[in-house]
Write a protein that binds this ligand. Structure first.
Ligand code: NDP
Length: 434
């Protein structure tokens, strides 16, 4: 903590992992003797840079850009870029640290990284976003490459931003390579990549339920967020016969007791992705309830899928969810539950899946996009979706293998941490002290 002052979210992520890993590490002295965890918490490289750009009024603006290259021991650095005013070193280090375990769990050869900027895309014109992305990539391009570091999207970075970033990279390097994932389908992106994180989270929830001879059919589902992950989680819950009753954004949440059907979801996609409006407009259009400044965890449900941002679900929220009968929590977002909230879920012994397992579908399909780019051969929608389902099942199996406590209970948090750790730790030992 003294070494990394003010990096609150990074401390939180490391403490969560260390607490569940330490008994396992103590049983395996080679990890202790090689100081594997001490090395893992120190990024291989951190890049911080100035991003100057000119707004529509002709005024100069200055933002800060980051890339955390956390671990390249099992593959090139891989992880998203986040554009949000709250972005700082501690948040990106927490995300990069989590990414190392997540990428390992996917079984694909990807190291861990994360990056972004404190730039706020909200209220900016397309031209402003383009000029910002071009300036950001003008510096980032010297640090990344298809075999070195392959960024993708995250909060505030979707198809539009990836397009501008890719265009600038190609222009500077004079190379058409798979240096970014989440690319448009017209220029070597992968089918199912936009859907992958949300779909994967729901596939994971379904796997957990399957183990209890249950399914999402007929379940009431509360979802937070209304961005990329939340939208496609909603779509997949509908495919599986569940009923989604909430969505949210940073201003508040909507509660639609009749359920968000496909037509309403299409409206949300237009609202959020094209018009870039607020979720409140949904309530006005469909006569649903709107709760300003609130999160949706007070709505009674069977399943909760937090898909917005870190620490959006606290101890009281967790208690309310459990009290109201919620028995499945699968994290679409990264670290959405506070440490205290996780304790509530573990104590109640409900089915709780941490983000590094449940939301790994996004980076998994990014890995599949890299494979298709290397082969210069695109797969069909069905092929990618099938591989995504196989990967989510395999991550679930890994969690069960390392997280089984007794006949009836799996500690998915422990399972994901140990399962993700082993491959990275073994590779670190094999490669020597580097
Ligand atoms: P988007 O930018 O598409 O959507 C983010 C959503 O979360 C928006 O509804 C946004 O509301 C809301 N949100 C953002 N910040 C806050 C906040 N501080 N408080 C309340 N709500 C907030 O991002 P994604 O859907 O891609 O990402 C959502 C989460 O999923 C993040 O934790 C991300 O790290 C994680 N994730 C994403 C992956 C991906 O493939 N995209 C992969 C794995 C994890 P508003 O519109 O008001 O900002």
């Amino acid at each position: 903590i003294a070494k990394n002052p003010n990096e609150t979210e990074f401390h939180q992520a490391v403490q969560e992992v260390a607490a569940s890993l330490m008994p396992f590490i103590n049983e395996n002295p080679k990890y202790l003797n090689n100081k594997v965890l001490e090395r893992m918490v120190e990024p291989e490289r951190v890049i911080i840079f100035r991003v100057p750009w000119i707004d529509d009024k002709g005024e100069v603006q200055v933002n800060r850009g980051f890339r955390i290259e956390m671990s390249s021991v099992i593959g090139p650095y891989k992880g998203g870029l986040r554009f949000h005013p709250t972005v700082n070193l501690g948040i990106l280090k927490f995300l990069a640290f989590e990414q190392v375990f997540k990428n390992s769990l996917t079984t694909l050869p990807m190291g861990g990284g994360k990056g972004g900027s404190d730039f706020d895309p909200k209220g900016k014109s397309d031209n402003e976003v383009m000029r910002f992305c071009q300036s950001f990539m003008t510096e980032l391009q010297r640090h990344i490459g298809p075999n070195t570091d392959v960024p993708a999207g995250d909060i505030g970075v979707g198809g539009r931003e990836i397009g501008y970033l890719f265009g600038q990279y190609k222009r500077i390097k004079n190379e058409f390579t798979g240096v970014l994932t989440g690319k448009g389908i017209e220029y070597s992106g992968s089918l199912i990549r936009p859907e992958a994180t949300g779909y994967g989270t729901v596939y994971f929830a379904q796997e957990m339920l399957k183990l209890k001879n249950d399914s999402l059919e007929g379940k009431v589902v509360v979802i937070s967020g209304s961005g990329n992950v939340a939208q496609f989680a909603t779509e997949k819950v509908l495919d599986m016969g569940g009923k989604v009753v909430t969505l949210s954004d940073s201003s508040g949440f909507i509660y639609d007791k009749d359920g968000i059907d496909r037509e309403k979801l299409e409206y949300v996609m237009q609202l959020k992705n094209i018009r870039r409006g607020r979720i409140k407009e949904y309530a006005d259009k469909y006569g649903a309830e709107y709760h300003e400044g609130k999160t949706p965890w007070g709505i009674a449900c069977d399943v909760a899928l937090p898909c917005a941002t870190q620490n959006e679900l606290n101890e009281d929220d967790a208690k309310t969810l459990v009290k109201n009968g919620c028995f499945v929590v699968a994290e679409g977002a990264n670290m959405p539950s506070t440490a205290e909230a996780i304790d509530v879920f573990l104590e109640a012994k409900i089915l709780y899946a941490p983000g590094k397992a449940a939301n790994a579908g996004g980076v998994a399909v990014s890995g599949l996009e890299m494979t298709q780019n290397s082969m210069r051969l695109p797969w069909t929608r069905e092929e990618v979706d099938e591989r995504l389902q196989q990967i989510m099942t395999s991550i679930h199996d890994t969690c069960v293998k390392y997280g089984r406590e007794d006949e009836n209970y799996i500690d998915y948090q422990k399972g994901a941490n140990i399962g993700g750790f082993i491959k990275v730790a073994e590779a670190m030992i094999a490669q020597g002290v580097v």
